[in-house]
Unconditional design. Structure first.
Length: 368
């Protein structure tokens, strides 16, 4: 029995009936090989996603222990994206050199495979670095939905592919997330630099994508597409605090009244004004970062939701247990009773984590 490959709206391909049990022995060898590859990919659709997830977990684990191997995994993923962006050019070159066309079903499968590999590669990084009770939940949630769509054929081929705007949105989101993860590992860019580069590249590539949906026929059309592109970049920049810093995460935290030999005392959820009267309070964080990465972060002390101190700290990547950094606050208001937070932020305001505690005693203390 031979399967059929139906053409979906917009020139995409549906793979719902794409299965073979009989191979024509008269076919050329290259077509036989392609057919067998497609058959295996259809028979085991979750293998590609599983491979991407395993490679992401592996790179996440090795980001400090085996930096070279983790970088190679990331480079391979980025090369697959270069191929995807230059698909039409490279397929035309292949046809001219080998006098054969690459079957469209194989190209569509390759596109889906790259989306699966990329999304499941970055998910472990974002799962561990997301502050779940913040706007970062939205971004990581979108990545999770995109990953789910990429492995469910009816969603990918019947819903996503015919809607070119949705397909390009998933494409851009995936590239943005991949760059956020890859640039600090490969180029040793700071989180702030990586975000700007990733956003800039995503916005730059969105212009030709939008132009393919809304053909440029007049100057007004061109200006409208340019405004939409700039608007996308503006929204991305304004909502940057919703994007987790993919390669920075906290391995240890403590709010304590003591710190000795870079080791904090018992971590406190509740502290009285009397306890902080003498030596104040320490906010201790150990932050994991890729080897070779130098990053400036901030401890932002907030009292009842209002910022009272913003203290810069420089951290260096490569330590397995995380780079240890702390701030020591001694200047408290006259009545410090209430809810306190120490928000750990990147230079651009991305949230690495939040330490919460409460000062319960309302006894006024003399402001230092």
């Amino acid at each position: 029995m031979t399967g059929s490959l139906a053409t979906a709206p917009g020139g995409r391909y549906s793979v719902e009936d794409f299965s073979y049990s009989v191979v024509n022995p008269d076919m050329p060898k290259i077509q036989l090989l392609i057919q067998r590859i497609l058959e295996l990919m259809k028979r085991y659709p979750g293998v590609i996603a599983l491979g991407g997830f395993i490679s992401g977990v592996g790179s996440f684990i090795m980001v400090d222990r085996q930096q070279g191997l983790a970088s190679w995994i990331t480079v391979i993923m980025l090369l697959s994206w270069i191929w995807l962006m230059l698909e039409n050019t490279l397929t035309g070159l292949f046809t001219r050199i080998f006098k054969r066309e690459i079957p469209q079903p194989l190209l569509r499968y390759a596109t889906q495979m790259i989306h699966q590999e990329s999304l499941f590669f970055v998910l472990p990084f974002f799962f561990i670095t997301t502050t779940w009770n913040s706007g970062q939940l939205v971004f990581t949630g979108l990545l999770s939905v995109a990953a789910l769509i990429s492995i469910v054929d009816p969603l990918y081929y019947k819903w996503l592919a015919p809607r070119r705007w949705a397909f390009l949105a998933l494409h851009t989101l995936t590239l943005f997330a991949a760059l956020l993860t890859a640039l600090p590992v490969i180029m040793h860019l700071t989180t702030s630099q990586s975000f700007k580069w990733a956003l800039g590249i995503a916005v730059l590539l969105s212009f030709p994508s939008l132009a393919s949906i809304f053909p440029i026929r007049t100057v007004r059309n061109a200006l409208a597409i340019l405004c939409i592109t700039v608007g996308i970049g503006g929204v991305g920049w304004v909502l940057r605090s919703w994007v987790p810093p993919a390669t920075l995460w906290m391995t240890d935290v403590a709010i304590s009244t003591q710190l000795q030999d870079r080791t904090p005392g018992a971590s406190l959820d509740t502290v009285s004004a009397e306890q902080i009267r003498g030596d104040g309070l320490y906010a201790y964080t150990a932050i994991n970062a890729p080897r070779g990465l130098d990053e400036r972060i901030y401890h932002v002390w907030q009292f009842n939701g209002k910022e009272v101190d913003r203290i810069p700290l420089d951290i260096h990547g490569g330590r397995k247990e995380g780079y240890r950094a702390w701030t020591h606050k001694q200047n408290f208001p006259g009545n410090p009773a209430g809810k306190w937070q120490v928000r750990v932020l990147t230079e651009d305001g991305q949230v690495i984590g939040v330490l919460r505690f409460e000062i319960t005693d309302s006894t006024a203390i003399k402001e230092k």
